[in-house]
Design a protein around this ligand. Structure first.
Ligand SMILES: Cc1cc2nc3c(=O)[nH]c(=O)nc-3n(C[C@H](O)[C@H](O)[C@H](O)COP(=O)(O)OP(=O)(O)OC[C@H]3O[C@@H](n4cnc5c(N)ncnc54)[C@H](O)[C@@H]3O)c2cc1C
Length: 529
């Protein structure tokens, strides 16, 4: 065995997984086929609970440059319908603008700091596994070699070779009914209004950055990353599909914008050497791997699911797959994973992927042309005036409506299986908050009302679970057992004192036998793939 876990793909999901594994003391090698990071623009930022999740690892601060916690956004869009979140009680929608390339640089820097190996220019070509090990066949700069590990994770994007090699189906739809064109361009005054990022287009009106505009001919959206440099995207409905192109002329983008919004936006190639990244792509895929695991091989990120980018949910989904999988794989490698722990990755994350595919398809339908869709949008606009509906949609987009269920017997506290909110705490060492306690990616038993019996019950797990005694203004529970991915494994109500037996059962269920002997990890035998 040459490493513990091979990660195929050095995109954001593969790199975050390398960080998670390294935090748990697991050796990880990332294979990335590109010798240099790609320059084509991809994500413009992160939307949803993932922003808080990154704060729970201290990465929000690196990504945003801000020292404080993230704050929810006052407004967003669902299918290009405005969501006014300024007065929403419990708004869980966070957003973090950051180009994907920068995100990858920062994640790679963090992974290397933690000791992960990143092998650029190394392409996975084959995968074989038996009951105990998985072997990656790799084509590297110096020729072919094999890398053997306990587990392999395919974070190798939508065309995943890992998924194909394992024979995992990727059912869904390919919608060829529209064509998208995008590019990075300079837009000059007077159309570009200095200082605001807005565009005043003669004959078409005023447009705001980071919003979709739907017309009967298509959709128009753009963002401004720094004064003068705009990322423009335009979608048109087509009856016969066009071919993809990575070298589309600039005039084609300008003409498409004019057809969609009915006014001309004069644009030129960026003057400062930034790539124009002009691209035409036909249609979009909405697909999900039928399973996320094949024996010792797992899928994460776009390798597991692809969908329309409307609402920017891709990395909210993928990076939280990784946070779910990372600590479980580390537990298996470190020999204390309880039976079935690795299986919970599929059980918990596949339904979340299904919901993202559902809401991106629903938004795509709302963006379609036609009088019937316009009527549906009017109805949605009325429904979204109701705070309950607004909260439902916002939680769906944020991914904060995820509930992982309660595998232990008996009635469970309402927090069990839910995301742990970032509450302010006071400990003997001073003020802190949940996000700061989870930075090391270790399970935590947090006692909030001085229940020493619960702290004592967790003592046999002290090598794996940190016990923290704290107080808070309004304790949501007497004690909370928090998984490394920020979800609540167990909680004790503040009414009738919860017996310590429930806590012991939850500790055993999620963090294995308290005996300090390694269990030997996961030995799920599978055929060779
Ligand atoms: C134009 C565009 C805009 C987007 N905007 C947003 C947005 O605003 N917000 C958002 O959340 N998401 C957005 N997305 C989606 C987001 O970019 C993806 O969800 C994200 O890139 C998925 O990350 P990943 O790590 O799973 O895969 P990828 O980023 O695809 O990375 C996979 C990596 O694996 C490598 N690889 C592939 N095969 C092999 C192999 N055989 N061996 C070794 N390495 C291999 C590839 O070179 C690549 O580096 C956008 C996507 C696009 C295309």
């Amino acid at each position: 065995m040459t490493t513990d876990v091979v990660i195929v793909g050095g995109g954001p999901n593969g790199l975050l997984l390398a960080c998670e594994l390294a935090l748990a003391g697991v050796r990880a090698a990332v294979l990335e086929r590109l010798p240099e990071r790609a320059t084509a623009p991809k994500a413009n930022g992160l939307v949803g609970q993932v922003v808080q999740a990154l704060d729970y690892r201290g990465l929000y601060q690196r990504f945003s440059g801000s020292s404080g916690p993230p704050v929810p956004v006052p407004g967003f869009q669902f299918g290009a319908l405005p969501l006014d979140l300024s007065a929403l009680d419990g708004n869980a929608l966070y957003a973090l603008p950051i180009p994907q390339r920068r995100m990858e640089e920062l994640l790679e820097e963090r992974a290397r700091e933690l000791g992960a190996q990143i092998r650029r220019g190394h392409e996975l070509v084959t995968v074989h596994q038996d009951a105990g090990l998985v072997t990656a066949g790799v084509r590297g700069p110096d020729g072919r070699y094999e890398l053997t590990a306990r587990f392999l994770v395919g974070a190798d994007g939508g065309h995943s070779i890992v998924r194909k090699c394992c024979g995992i189906d990727f059912p869904g739809i390919t919608d060829r009914g529209f064509v998208s064109r995008s590019g990075q361009v300079t837009i000059h005054p007077p159309v570009a209004i200095p200082g605001t990022g807005e565009l005043q287009v003669p004959g078409a009106g005023r447009f705001r950055p980071a919003t979709f505009t739907r017309t009967e001919n298509g959709l128009f959206a753009y963002g401004m990353f720094r004064p003068g440099l705009y990322r423009v995207a335009v979608h048109e409905w087509v009856s016969s599909p066009l071919e993809d192109s990575a070298s589309m002329p600039l005039d084609e983008l300008r003409a498409a914008v004019q057809r969609v919004i009915g006014g001309d936006v004069p644009m030129s190639e960026p003057a400062d050497g930034e790539p124009s990244a002009l691209r035409r792509s036909a249609g979009a895929n909405s697909r999900q791997a039928e399973r996320y695991r094949h024996g010792r091989v797992f899928l994460a990120g776009d390798a597991a699911h692809v969908h329309s980018g409307v609402g920017g949910p891709g990395l909210n989904l993928g990076l939280q797959d990784v946070l779910n999988l990372g600590w479980k794989l580390a537990a298996a490698v470190n020999g204390w994973a309880p039976p079935g722990l690795l299986g919970t990755y599929q059980d918990e994350r596949h339904p979340v992927g299904e919901r993202v595919i559902m809401h991106t398809r629903a938004q795509t339908a709302l963006l379609s042309p036609g009088a019937n869709v316009t009527a549906l949008r009017e109805l949605f606009t009325e429904l979204l005036r109701d705070q309950g509906t607004l909260r439902h949609i916002t939680n769906l987009m944020a991914g904060s409506d995820v509930h992982y269920g309660t595998p232990t017997a008996g009635p469970a506290h309402a927090m069990t299986g839910q995301w742990m909110p970032d509450i302010a705490l006071h400990t003997a060492k001073g003020s802190t908050r949940i996000a700061e306690l989870l930075r090391a990616a270790r399970p935590i038993l947090l006692t909030l009302t001085g229940r020493t019996d619960l702290a004592e019950a967790a003592e046999p797990w002290s090598g794996r679970v940190d016990v923290i005694t704290a107080t808070t203004a309004e304790p949501p529970a007497e004690a909370v057992l928090i998984r490394p991915d920020g979800y609540v494994a167990w909680a004790a109500g503040t009414g009738t004192p919860a017996p310590a037996d429930g806590l012991r059962e939850a500790l055993q269920t999620w963090f294995g036998s308290p005996a300090h002997e390694p269990s030997g990890g996961d030995r799920n035998a599978v055929p060779t793939c």
